[in-house]
Design a protein around this ligand. Structure first.
Ligand code: AMP
Length: 421
């Protein structure tokens, strides 16, 4: 029988990598709290309707990428492909509109999208998501960009580019849609099949096509900014001014329309110059109509999500620090027989005294145990053989310097505490 492997597009995050994730979470958690965002834990699956109505029927995510299944009672459920729709659902359901506005919330966890896997693109991937719900102030958009940049700065990331656009609102979007369709109509037959299919339903997404010939054909297509209504235009001006105020260097990209339909006004991405094809480390924007599309009252909101795998990849590529790898402090080396029990007792004593310690459980030779101690990253090897037990001593070897010292067993934990702290 062949052994079972993980499904395509998912990864095990093993100990050599998971401590790096912990570092990213710790830095992010602190930045979130410094900016007044509070954490929520959201369900991994939701009613399918939340995403089909919230994210948009004609988006790639909803049309092709969702993991949808029926539960035993015949309800259609979907593994979340993103977090904004869930966050807004939770805001509405838990009447967070009664609290101080905007509700500034963050959440982290795995997302699921049936995409073609490649480096930096997986079918299960982790996002950290930040949403400010309940304010239309353009300075909240600016704060959202600022928070993403602050997190990346604290993580030591460089070579990043901020791209910004305004995708308008239900007032100006039809104007743009018509202008875009007028421009595209004579070129329609030369566009790829996907773009042709989008022409009637969602022509805006044609601007997002990665096909080089479609890109060339739409080079001079009217962008959203040229059709903004007065309100969206004013909003965009304040956002740009705010970004200048925070010293963010940004580029306006008229083609940036993002893959999710709910965006209104501001849309932005932070791109890394070190990621290759999947170069977005973060994406976000304003979604003033999302709440209504899932059956709530009009509730403006703005937010962004960043991908943990891509952050870690970029940090590795740029040689950023992840802090110190968590290692145990003491590795206990013991012999078979009565001294073994004494060694285990010493292990427990150390742990109770707050010293992190481990021992070999595979009955290996002294030599192999020394090797394991060296590989464990421990600072000290604590040797407890028959001689040590007979004399009421332990031998401590500093694994960094090779220096060896006998210490009275009764003084072991006190001695280690002064040497380790
Ligand atoms: P989106 O929700 O598509 O705007 O994505 C927000 C961020 O999540 C992106 O900038 C990426 O960092 C990350 N991301 C999106 N899709 C994937 C994926 N399939 N695999 C890994 N990371 C992803």
């Amino acid at each position: 029988m062949s052994s079972i492997k993980a499904p395509r597009g998912v990864r095990d995050i093993l100990p050599d990598e998971s401590w790096k994730w912990e570092y990213v979470f710790a830095v992010t958690r602190k930045a979130a709290s410094d900016f007044g965002y509070r954490e929520v834990h959201l369900p991994v699956f939701e009613h399918t309707e939340l995403f089909s109505r919230g994210v948009g029927e004609t988006t790639d995510v909803v049309e092709k990428e969702m993991y949808t299944f029926e539960d035993r009672a015949g309800r259609s459920l979907t593994l979340r492909p993103e977090l904004s729709a869930s966050m807004v659902r939770s805001y509405l359901e838990n009447r967070m509109d009664r609290q101080h506005q905007p509700a500034k919330l963050w959440s982290a966890g795995p997302m699921f999208r049936y995409e073609r896997p490649q480096k930096g693109r997986y079918r299960q991937f982790w996002q950290i998501d930040f949403e400010a719900i309940g304010s239309q102030d353009p300075f909240v958009d600016v704060e959202s960009v600022e928070l993403s940049l602050e997190i990346f700065k604290r993580l030591g990331l460089s070579n990043l580019e901020v791209v910004v656009n305004s995708v308008g609102c239900p007032v100006c979007r039809p104007v743009h849609k018509k202008a875009l369709q007028d421009f595209l109509r004579p070129r329609l037959n030369d566009l790829c099949e996907t773009c042709q299919a989008r022409f009637d339903r969602n022509p805006l997404r044609i601007l997002d096509c990665k096909n080089p010939s479609c890109r060339a054909l739409t080079d001079d297509a009217p962008g959203t900014i040229s059709c903004l209504c007065e309100e969206c235009s004013e909003h965009f001006e304040v956002v740009k001014k705010g970004l200048e105020m925070i010293g963010a260097s940004f580029r306006i990209d008229n083609r940036l329309v993002r893959g999710l339909d709910y965006y209104t006004k501001t849309a932005y991405e932070v791109l890394s110059g070190d990621l290759g094809a999947q170069n977005a480390v973060c994406g976000g924007g304003r979604y003033d109509n999302l709440a209504e599309s899932i059956g709530g009252p009009h509730t403006p909101g703005v937010g962004f999500a960043t991908g943990v795998e891509r952050i870690v990849l970029t940090m590795e590529q740029q040689g950023c620090s992840f802090g110190e790898a968590p290692n145990i402090e003491v590795f206990v080396i013991s012999a078979d027989g009565p001294s073994r029990e004494e060694a285990v007792r010493a292990l427990y004593d150390m742990r109770r005294a707050g010293i992190s310690a481990d021992i070999d459980y595979t009955g290996r030779s002294f030599k192999a145990q020394f090797k394991a101690a060296g590989g464990s990253g421990a600072v000290f090897a604590c040797i407890l053989g028959p001689e040590e037990v007979a004399s009421g001593q332990v031998t401590l070897k500093d694994l960094r310097t090779g220096e060896q010292k006998s210490v009275r067993r009764a003084e072991l934990t006190d001695f280690l505490k002064t040497r380790l702290r």
